[in-house]
Ligand binder design. Structure first.
Ligand code: DAH
Length: 357
């Protein structure tokens, strides 16, 4: 019997796979296996012989069964180890985007702008793209006869037959979000509102749909100085330069008083734009102190609160920062353009990680 034990334990320990193990199991303890046959012979033995051989056979059977189970577990572990080795993956490596899709420059720049202003405590506000003419014009101190209405090349929505209320418009700027935010949140507040705007215009720098970002800060003692500082911080962070010269040019907007257009110093030497040096100036936004009528339209008491506002073209600053010459191509969905000017999908702009890597 010790021969049998030796034979099977050695064979089991050396079995290379599950099939070999199963063959051994059948051969040893299967119905017609060697051990089973021996057990059957117990019946022909004398009681004394049986008393001695029975327990030994049972013990041997148990021993072989546990050897089979142990070897089976060892084979499974080895198979798993082997698989894990093959599928090994360093999860600390950076992702490898396959450039199947890219982030559109407008989305990228919107994220950049949002990250910069978020750092200065500005939340993001939104409003509808189909807007009432009250929010788009009247509430912003642009009454019905005002020339700014005509200048805006507004798209008007259809009214039902017999409805003689003023038609809704596709918002011509993000400024109506100022009113909606003041009404919804009250003072004090600090928001930016990026989004789509619409004007009937089409050439190298104009498309009928484009993007703006509005800024609005209302508090008890906000001044032009706060506006200047915020815009300077923004321009430095956005163009990723340590120093910029800003020029505030007196201007006129119905919704701000005083109003200023802001230019940044730049150079066009060699045909490429450099921000922060040179003798040229580039207009990048309109701004000013919120007009008392506008505060009132937003249900905010102009005797108690004041604020600054600004509006900036997102597509325009995207063209400037990334050297994209023609705005119309932004909205052509040309894959070659998107691959060239698009951004890797996994690089989310942040102030600490880099805005535009
Ligand atoms: N709404 C203006 C436009 O579309 C831009 C603008 C100018 C917004 C001055 C402002 C501002 O908030 O204060 O041309």
């Amino acid at each position: 019997m010790s021969d049998l034990r030796e034979k099977y334990l050695t064979a089991i320990a050396g079995a290379e796979d599950e099939a070999a193990l199963e063959a051994l199991r059948v051969q040893a303890v299967g119905k017609k296996g060697e051990i089973s046959l021996k057990m059957r012979e117990l019946g022909k033995m004398s009681p004394e012989e049986r008393q001695e051989a029975g327990p030994r056979l049972n013990a041997l059977k148990d021993e072989i069964n546990s050897a089979l189970a142990a070897r089976k577990a060892a084979l499974a572990d080895a198979a798993l180890d082997e698989r894990l080795r093959g599928e090994w993956l360093d999860v600390t490596l950076p992702g490898r985007p396959r450039r199947q899709g890219t982030i559109h420059p407008v989305s990228q720049v919107t994220e950049e702008v949002t990250a910069i202003f978020a750092d200065m405590g500005f939340a993001v506000a939104e409003g509808p793209q189909v807007e009432s003419d009250w929010y788009n014009f009247d509430a912003l101190n642009i009454p019905g006869h005002h020339p700014a209405r005509a200048e805006m090349d507004t798209f008007y929505m259809h009214r039902a037959e017999g409805d003689d209320r003023p038609p809704h418009v596709l918002r011509t700027h993000t400024s109506p979000v100022q009113i909606r935010t003041m009404q919804a949140q009250g003072a004090p507040l600090r928001v930016i509102a990026p989004g789509r705007v619409y004007r009937a215009d089409y050439d190298q720098t104009h498309t009928p749909m484009f993007h703006q970002v509005e800024g609005l800060a209302i508090d008890r003692d906000i001044s032009m100085a706060n506006l200047k500082w915020v815009l300077e911080e923004f321009v430095k962070a956005f163009f990723e330069v340590d120093h910029v010269d800003l020029r505030f040019r007196a201007s006129h907007f119905p919704f701000t008083e005083p109003s200023a257009e802001v230019d940044i110093r730049c150079s066009w030497e060699g045909g490429t734009l450099k921000v922060g040096e040179g003798d040229d100036w580039l207009e990048i936004l309109g701004s000013g102190m919120v007009h008392p009528n506008v505060l009132e339209a937003g249900n905010i008491d102009p005797n108690e609160w004041q604020g600054f506002a600004f509006g900036m073209g997102i597509d325009r600053i995207a063209m400037l920062k990334y050297g994209i010459p023609d705005l119309r191509a932004f909205f052509d969905s040309d894959l070659r353009w998107l691959r060239h000017y698009g951004f890797a999908a996994l690089d989310v702009p942040t102030l600490h990680g880099g805005l535009s890597r």
